[in-house]
Design a binder for this molecule. Structure first.
Ligand code: CO
Length: 152
């Protein structure tokens, strides 16, 4: 399939809770591939499946750190520590940035494309991205949590 359309603010689909992935099928793998292609086309940091109109618990993250290409299936926050207030944006809200309080460190358990569970620990930008993308899976958007918002 390739590039998918990114759903923009105002669309109800962004507000829905995504469902667990029961099986890492070929369809899920090609969705992940399309999500990467879409994310890269925007030079984005993260993308969650509901942002391409699919209500499944999937997200991809690349903060730009070397060798980092994180795929999360059914991610679940195990622990969160500290907090940081920093700027962030979202591909579903082009031209908008907000200051959002996020955990400074986050530990997440998820399934990989091999169907195996793994744990990832994120700090700083990665913690922020993990928190932001997992929120999408519950229909929570960064504007809900933003302390302030402004046009980029
Ligand atoms: Co977002």
């Amino acid at each position: 399939m390739g590039l998918r359309n990114v759903i923009l603010e105002g669309d109800e689909v962004l507000r829905k809770r995504s469902k667990e992935v029961k099986e890492v099928s070929g369809r899920i793998l090609s969705l992940l591939d399309d999500m990467w292609e879409t994310l890269e086309s925007y030079n984005g940091i993260g993308l969650a499946a509901p942002q391409v109109g699919v209500l499944r618990r999937l997200a991809v993250i690349d903060t730009g750190a070397e060798g980092e290409r994180i795929e999360l299936i059914n991610p679940r926050i195990i622990s969160a520590e500290g907090s940081a207030e920093e700027e962030e944006g979202c591909l579903s809200f082009p031209g908008l940035i907000g200051i959002v309080e996020r955990p400074q460190r986050l530990t997440v358990e998820a399934m990989g494309r091999d169907g195996k569970l793994f744990t990832i620990e994120g700090e700083g930008l990665l913690a922020k991205a993990l928190s932001h993308e997992i929120d999408h899976l519950d229909g929570v958007l960064f504007v809900d949590k933003a302390i302030s918002l402004e046009e980029a």
